[in-house]
Design a protein around this ligand. Sequence first.
Ligand code: 1HE
Length: 257
Amino acid sequence: MTNTDLRIDHQGDIAIIRLTRPAKRNALNDGLILALRDAFQNLPDTVRAAVIDGEGPHFCAGLDLSELSERDAGAGLRHSRMWHDALESIQHGPVPVVAALHGAVVGGGLELASACHIRVADASTFYALPEGSRGIFVGGGGSVRIPRLIGVARMTDMMMTGRVYNAEDGERVGFAQYLVAEGAALDKAVELAQRIATNAPLTNYALMHALPRIADQPADHGYFTEALMAGIAQDAPEAKARVRAFLEGKAAKVAKG
Ligand code: 1HE
């Protein structure tokens, strides 16, 4: 399916997936949500990592509110499940995803960012959940993912009081793992994606699929899942080759950060 509000560019083994609806601040209408889902479900096998960014002054203004007014309860439920499906195809999709954030990262835009594995924010970024003041609730998985980043208390505060976090405070509380100068988020996100793409695919798979599930398990189950994943990962020929390369002095040492 082609949607002119989404563009996919390839840079080596990195896919750069860009929201291109700047006149509407990249607000996510149904067509754009389905295009995002389709993009992640159909990434070519050659892609090893992806970056999401947004054209114009803002990353994403969230749900396209112009589509909200006519829905009844049943349609609202199905709409939310459609978002879940799309954002799930990012979080538990084929490759790690780095979000390049700037300007507004609000409502469903924050839900989209939360479904990515790494978030890089530039100094213009701000985070908000205006659902509280619009009389609605999050519907794109935000109530599950956002508390895992910043905690239930902070999310409650954002929705109850309309609190907006700036870029610096957003990094401090855990929205973004990286904070960069204004205009530098995309370059940094691509740099990180390129680094991630050099990992063994099974390691990236474990980080995307096993780690968040282990975090949700009771400790005893988590240890067991970890052991299964560790056994599977170390059995891969690529893991053996990488360890051998280190032991033979042919692989990079860990350098001081
Ligand atoms: C939109 C949307 C939108 C902008 N749906 N049309 N999200 C919100 O409540 C955020 C609403 N948006 C804003 O607060 C501001 O637009 C921004 C802070 C993001 C950007 O401000 P600014 O001054 O740069 O742009 P603007 O002039 O407000 O917007 C430009 C146009 O985009 C304008 O349309 P125009 O026809 O008058 O040019 C806006 O109406 C339009 N626009 N945001 C529709 N969100 C799965 S559930 C998720 C639930 C939610 O996400 S609720 C939160 C929705």
